[in-house]
Design a protein around this ligand. Structure first.
Ligand SMILES: [Zn+2]
Ligand SMILES: [Zn+2]
Length: 389
């Protein structure tokens, strides 16, 4: 079934653009759309002390530490918001670590600058990998206990919990991105001449439009999950689980709008605001020497999410791991790698995967060729169990 977003008109880029003005009335609303009067906003921006990138980064980290409990529970939260793991540390992260470290594809500002915008994955300790301040300690441990054990059977109830954690994480990160963007619009162009202010504000504004759309979509998806969570039912929830015959060198937890399936067929069109998009969650982790991948979603059983997971199952079972790794690089930076595996990849593969991490940003659009690129031999493994419900 073709998704309605495929024929919806795309938003024009010009529709978003700011129109920067060097001179305005002092009491007019500023051209940067901060909502403030010009006299309190860009009239005085150039005279302010400039902020350096490391200070910006510190502010971002501070913003990212501001958490809340994602659970719509009737019983009260415990007082402490914790660094909740989106991928379980024992079994999951630990299974792909080398001496308690994994690699993250989330760049630091310093790496971005030193590598001219093309950073390499970097080391991170297990206790900091995949965490977000999205649950109180009580609700985190109570809620996810059923999927934190040693073994995992594919069942609706466990698939739902993986999805619920993924959607909570994605909602949190979109919201934190929004807060960070708002903060940058206030400080990034301090002390700069008008020409630079105009360029920086236009860029940040375009980014903010994308963040707002993403935030709205994730809010809506999280709301659907909350409704099921509160009623304890699984109406309209579907999943697909795949178990591999060994541990793959990656773990991940994310939610996204699939744009293509793994054979390169277009599934949905982003950049339009007429049609609601299908959101799919994807968790990849390990249990007892086997990696499992769990897709989950609330919505039609024959929509883009199902098409995506079906396209994985349609691939030869000894090439499904490669397709899954590609998909994760394309869609998430909440993705962790085994250091030895990454170091041993041919350079051309590293370049291709690194480029995929920048897909879907203002730098590049996602392409059918990336989703379907079967020329990359990434990891030999066999898919040995599959469940679709
Ligand atoms: Zn302004
Ligand atoms: Zn709580």
């Amino acid at each position: 079934m073709n998704h309605a977003s495929l024929v919806a008109p795309r938003l024009s880029l010009f529709h978003r653009r700011l129109s920067p003005l060097e001179k305005m009335g002092r009491n007019e609303r500023c051209w940067c759309r901060s909502g403030k009067k010009f006299k309190h906003c860009h009239l005085v921006r150039e005279a302010l002390e400039p902020i350096n990138v490391f200070e910006q980064e510190q502010r971002m980290f501070a913003e990212l530490r501001n958490g809340y409990c994602s659970l719509p529970a009737a019983d009260p939260c415990s007082s402490e918001i914790i660094k909740a793991h989106t991928i379980q540390r024992r079994g999951g992260l630990a299974a792909i670590s080398d001496s308690n470290h994994v690699l993250t594809v989330k760049p630091r500002m310093r790496d971005m600058i030193q590598s001219s915008g093309k950073p390499q994955p970097r080391k991170i300790g297990l206790k900091d990998a995949s965490v977000f301040p999205g649950f109180c300690s009580k609700h985190d441990s109570e809620t996810f206990k059923p999927i934190e054990g040693k073994t995992l059977n594919f069942e609706l109830s466990s698939a739902f919990l993986f999805s619920y954690r993924a959607i909570s994480y994605e909602r949190y990160s979109k919201e934190a991105e929004g807060r960070f963007n708002a903060m940058m619009r206030e400080v990034a162009d301090r002390g700069q001449p008008f020409r630079k202010q105009a360029a920086m504000q236009s860029f940040l504004y375009d980014v903010s439009v994308g963040i707002e759309m993403g935030k709205r979509d994730m809010e809506r998806a999280k709301g659907n999950f909350d409704n099921l969570f509160l009623t304890g039912g699984y109406d309209g929830f579907h999943y697909c689980g795949v178990r591999f015959d060994r541990v793959l060198p990656i773990v991940a937890c994310c939610a996204f709008h699939p744009e293509f399936d793994l054979s390169g067929t277009r599934l949905q069109q982003l950049g339009q605001n007429k049609v609601e998009l299908d959101t799919v969650t994807l968790t990849v982790t390990a249990f007892e020497g086997n990696t499992v991948a769990i897709f989950g979603w609330i919505g039609p059983d024959d929509g883009p999410a199902r098409s995506l997971s079906d396209s994985l199952l349609a691939i030869a079972s000894d090439r499904q791991a490669d397709a899954l790794i590609r998909l994760l690089f394309i869609h998430t930076d909440n993705l962790f790698l085994n250091p030895t595996w990454w170091d041993g990849l041919p350079n051309k593969h590293k370049v291709a995967l690194n480029n995929m991490t920048r897909s879907g940003t203002t730098m590049r659009e996602r392409t059918a060729a990336e989703y379907s690129n079967a020329t990359l031999d990434l990891f030999p493994a066999e898919a040995m169990e599959k469940v679709a419900e």
